[in-house]
Design a binder for this molecule. Structure first.
Ligand SMILES: [Zn+2]
Length: 358
């Protein structure tokens, strides 16, 4: 073996060793990052707070009534707006008319890292009903605290926004409080039709409507989803097992249950599902529903927490790694750069060595 060849083969061997070491480091680092991402997701899920959610429910119930045409309903929309804006999200009102009353949806936007990626939406209605909704001289004067229906859902949407506001999801996430659901899904229909007209793509939309009333002692939720396979519905069911949630969940497929805002998304051709508490064949089991007794005292913070954790966990497992996607990319780029530098250095050494030889 001549000395040049010997030198070249030594360099080749050390290069191979360096590449192997780098690959090993990348794999180890990748595994550690994946584990860290899993831990970050678990931390987010466990940070869901029943205290925070009940504070939201109390605040909304204290408006007395949120019947869509009342000034107190308008005041409650400002409250929701400010809660979402305080998280640093971009928040706007979407104005519409329902029976000649000017009303508004509240829309908060968490920008995704990929503008073209399909979006996700979490929604709930902030209006309430105490009965006599269409008798304008009576309906607005009846006490309608709407704690379960649907301050509980709005509290969950604000909680999801609170936990997710610090992460960078791939697709944009919208958090929406709809108006005039009780008067015929008006706010959500207006919103979904406009999103469709503007060509907004959604991979998933989820409506939370009445999640706080617990039958007896067991936490319970139903998912009314469009088809047998709904990625978010399936992922939420899986999250109950993955995070050992204290929640019994049932998925019901088919578009028969159309009594809430998810139906507006189905009508606009979007995938959608409804998350709701114990439900008989046609009506919620909550006996105080649509009465002046739909108050915070009858809600279970524990059930609200478990349901919200299920929705959050389901969403997070569909995200590859919302918090660590940038570091993973950085590791690959740095790794490639190091390998390229080592290779270039080796080539340089070989060339110089050959120059000495000649
Ligand atoms: Zn409702």
């Amino acid at each position: 073996m001549n000395p040049t060849m010997h030198m070249a083969s030594t360099i080749a061997r050390s290069m191979a060793a360096a590449v192997l070491a780098l690959l090993l480091a990348a794999v180890t680092l990748g595994g550690a990052l994946a584990e860290a991402a899993g831990e970050a997701k678990a931390d987010m899920v466990s940070s869901v707070s029943g205290e925070r959610m009940m504070a939201t429910v109390d605040a909304l119930a204290q408006f007395g009534t949120r019947v869509f045409y009342t000034s107190s309903s308008a005041d409650s929309s400002a409250y929701v707006h400010d809660r979402l804006a305080d998280l640093g999200l971009w928040v706007y009102y979407q104005d519409l008319n329902v029976s000649d009353f000017a009303v508004r949806n509240v829309v908060a936007v968490l920008n995704g890292t990929d503008r073209d990626a399909p979006q996700t939406l979490f929604g709930a209605h902030y209006d309430s009903s105490g009965g006599n909704l269409w008798n304008f001289s009576v309906g607005g004067t009846v006490l309608a605290p709407g704690a379960d229906d649907d301050a509980s859902g709005v509290a969950a949407v604000i909680e999801l926004a609170t936990v997710l506001s610090g992460v960078h999801p791939k697709g944009t996430v919208k958090f929406v409080a709809f108006t005039a659901e009780e008067a015929g899904l008006n706010g959500s229909r207006y919103f979904a039709e406009r999103e469709r007209a503007q060509g907004v793509a959604y991979s998933n939309t989820a409506i939370l409507d009445m999640i706080g009333y617990r039958m007896e002692s067991a936490n319970e939720a139903l998912i009314f989803q469009d088809y047998d396979a709904n990625s978010l519905g399936d992922s939420m069911s899986k999250a109950v097992r993955d995070y050992s949630l204290d929640l019994s969940v049932t998925q019901v497929a088919g578009k028969e249950m159309t009594g809430s805002d998810h139906a507006s998304f189905w009508a606009a051709g979007y995938p959608s599902l409804l998350v709701i508490e114990a439900f008989s064949s046609r009506l919620p089991e909550n006996p105080y529903y649509h009465t002046s007794l739909d108050i915070p005292d009858y809600l279970s913070p524990d059930q609200m927490v478990e349901v919200t954790k299920m929705v959050l966990g389901g969403f997070l497992s569909l995200e590859s790694a919302p918090s660590s996607s940038i570091p993973t990319t950085a590791v690959i780029i740095i790794g490639a750069a190091v390998i390229a530098t080592v290779a270039a250095g080796a080539i340089l050494i070989i060339r110089r060595h050959r120059e000495w030889e000649t």
